[in-house]
Design a protein around this ligand. Structure first.
Ligand SMILES: Cc1cc2nc3c(=O)[nH]c(=O)nc-3n(C[C@H](O)[C@H](O)[C@H](O)COP(=O)(O)O)c2cc1C
Length: 347
């Protein structure tokens, strides 16, 4: 890593540990998001890699590298900024047909797990709703591909959101796995309805579709959900969302755990999915990737791409550059000319 990147990483560590991690989570989120909105960090080259060997394709769409900002932000100003901060693609928040206020505060708390700092949220899909969001993102430039995301409680909900958002995204993710809204989380327990959902959504758009899975349903995913997705012609899974846990500090008493505690399950689910379905699927490994080592482990185990959100908060925007530089060094060592050739070398 360059001296400049090291300095940026150290100054974010100080900003996070001395300020953001010490104030209430809601205040620290407003400060962090305000800085992202206003500071032109993406004008600085230090966050990006120019290594063309890192390019990959996902659902036929070219990404300049295999790192994806996972779904959480919906503000186009933040998404556009993140597009210049080293990611190969950026995912927008899951949008529902109608605006939702989300669950009351506290809806996000920090946790220190044995593996490192994480978050537990019960956000409950706070979002402006489909019509308003279409207007918000219509003019957004795509410096890297944008993945739009849908959530819903019925097949009609997904159809409306996927149809409405697909023209503005390069890929479309549909979320059947957030643990904070009972009706979304319950999809994994309704295989027959899910099968209909997959077929119906597949017919609505010709954009590449990603289904986002829950790590809490690994057996169901392998037995019924992934086969149903493949049968419907869906070729990308994002494995996955947060893990449902009890958290008495949150307004709902439960929430979704994110951060490095999830990494062992993410790698195990990735390996299990590759072993069962081979190359029929492209897999985005998400959950606990917050270091170069973790990202390289996922790619070596056969991930097509890696997603993260919590690492963006706890390690800062420089994490992408740290991972990309480590990936370039791994390609140098292996003497390979592309990440697509190197990927899966531990399978
Ligand atoms: C505050 C918060 C809000 C999130 N909102 C969404 C969402 O709207 N849709 C979704 O699919 N995932 C959502 N996620 C899950 C993340 O996209 C990601 O799958 C999860 O946090 C695991 O990755 P990580 O350990 O890198 O954070 C959210 C996570 C957090 C912490």
């Amino acid at each position: 890593m360059s001296v400049k990147a090291r300095a940026v990483a150290a100054s974010y560590r100080a900003f996070y540990s001395l300020l953001l991690a010490r104030i209430p989570e809601t205040t620290s989120i407003s400060i962090g998001q305000a800085r992202l909105r206003t500071l032109p960090l993406d004008a600085l080259g230090v966050f990006r890699s120019a290594d063309s060997r890192l390019a990959v394709t996902l659902g036929g769409v070219r990404l300049p590298n295999p790192l994806i900002l996972s779904s959480m932000y919906y503000d186009p100003a933040i998404l556009a900024r993140a597009m210049g901060l080293g990611f190969g693609a950026v995912t927008a928040k899951s949008i529902t047909p109608q605006a939702r206020p989300g669950h009351p505060e506290p809806n996000l708390v920090r946790v220190i797990t044995a593996a490192g700092p994480g978050l537990v949220n019960c956000n409950g899909f706070r979002n402006p709703g489909l019509d308003a969001y279409r207007r918000m993102i219509a003019a957004m430039p795509h410096r890297v591909p944008l993945i739009v995301a849908a959530a819903g409680e019925s097949i009609e909900d997904y159809v409306a959101v996927v149809r409405g958002l697909a023209p503005f995204g390069d890929l479309v993710e549909f979320n059947i796995s957030s643990p904070n809204t009972a009706l979304v989380y319950e999809w994994s327990r309704k295989p027959d309805e899910l099968r209909r959902l997959f077929h119906t959504v597949r017919a609505v758009t010709d954009r590449p579709l990603i289904v986002k899975l829950s790590p809490d349903f690994a057996d169901e995913n392998e037995r019924t959900i992934i086969p149903a997705a493949i049968e419907a012609g869906i070729r990308i899974v994002n494995y996955g969302n947060t893990r449902r846990i009890a958290e008495p500090r949150l307004s709902q008493g439960t929430g979704g755990l994110s951060g490095p505690e999830l990494l062992p399950a993410t790698l195990a689910n990735l390996r299990r999915t590759r072993a069962a379905f081979g190359d029929q699927l492209e897999v985005i490994a998400t959950g606990g990737i917050d270091s170069p080592l973790a990202a390289l482990a996922a790619l070596r185990a056969g991930a097509t791409a890696c997603g993260y959100f919590t690492g963006f908060i706890t390690k800062g925007p420089i994490l992408a550059r740290m991972i990309l530089d480590a990936l370039s060094r791994a390609l140098d060592r292996a003497g390979t000319t592309s990440v697509e050739e190197w990927r899966g070398s531990a399978r």
